[in-house]
Design a protein around this ligand. Structure first.
Ligand SMILES: [Zn+2]
Length: 229
């Protein structure tokens, strides 16, 4: 089996190189000169490795998917798309991407999708069987989703309002000795004041019982003798 697959390598290499030569000619690139290696990866159909400190630039394709003697060999259409997918990765490293297509980061971000649009590759990072290129709307794929500024402003306003409210809530509005009214517990007297980062908690005596209640739930009904002076 492996021997058989090895024999297919030159055929596949020719198929890929022929396609890349056409694309190179159109774009003034040299993708057809980048070495192609074949493996038996069962998880990835292919990959493009840019030149780096420890590896030579190369395309890799898995014979597991594209080998002619495999039962489930990808259709010609899907193979071509796979080759284009990897070529688009190569392009992203070799052409200058217009600023407006740099909004989405990632290997399969908007820069790569822009490259896909130039060569008619399906701008999807996963394999779609028999994907139809004619159905791809590159314009919508490449357009940065509209940021609704009203929404952003609203969120901001909301945050500002909340900050203000927290500040208000943290202001001590009572004094020890003040008489307060609570909808459930009735009248009480402030015994102790506890300052919290964004609230004020009061220890209030309702008859014999002392409850700890946030000042925002209370209504002041009488001032302490101190403030009445
Ligand atoms: Zn990819």
């Amino acid at each position: 089996m492996l021997n058989l697959l090895r024999k297919e390598e030159p055929v596949l290499r020719a198929e890929i190189t022929a396609l890349y030569s056409v694309l190179d000619h159109k774009l003034g690139l040299h993708g057809a000169e980048v070495p192609i290696t074949f493996g038996m990866d069962e998880k990835a159909l292919g990959s493009y490795l840019p030149a780096s400190y420890d590896n030579e630039e190369q395309f890799q394709f898995s014979l597991f998917f594209i080998g002619f003697c495999m039962n489930e060999q990808l259709s010609k259409n899907d193979r071509v798309n796979l080759y284009k997918h990897e070529y688009a990765h190569y392009m992203a490293h070799h052409i200058s991407i217009p600023e407006k297509y740099n909004w989405q980061p990632g290997v399969h971000g908007s820069a790569w999708k822009y490259c896909c649009s130039l060569i008619g590759a399906i701008p999807s990072d996963y394999y779609i069987e028999d994907a139809n290129i004619k159905k791809i709307d590159y314009d919508s794929v490449l357009t940065r989703p509209n940021v609704d500024h009203k929404q952003v402003q609203m969120l901001d306003t909301y945050r500002t309002q909340r900050m203000y409210k927290n500040m208000e809530n943290a202001k001590v509005k009572y004094e020890v000795g003040d008489t307060v009214s609570h909808p459930k517990f009735g009248e009480g007297t402030v015994k102790e004041i506890e300052q919290q980062p964004s609230s004020v908690r009061l220890h209030i005596a309702f008859g014999d019982e002392v409850k700890i209640i946030d000042q925002k739930w209370l209504v002041k009904t009488g001032y302490s003798k101190v403030s009445e002076r």
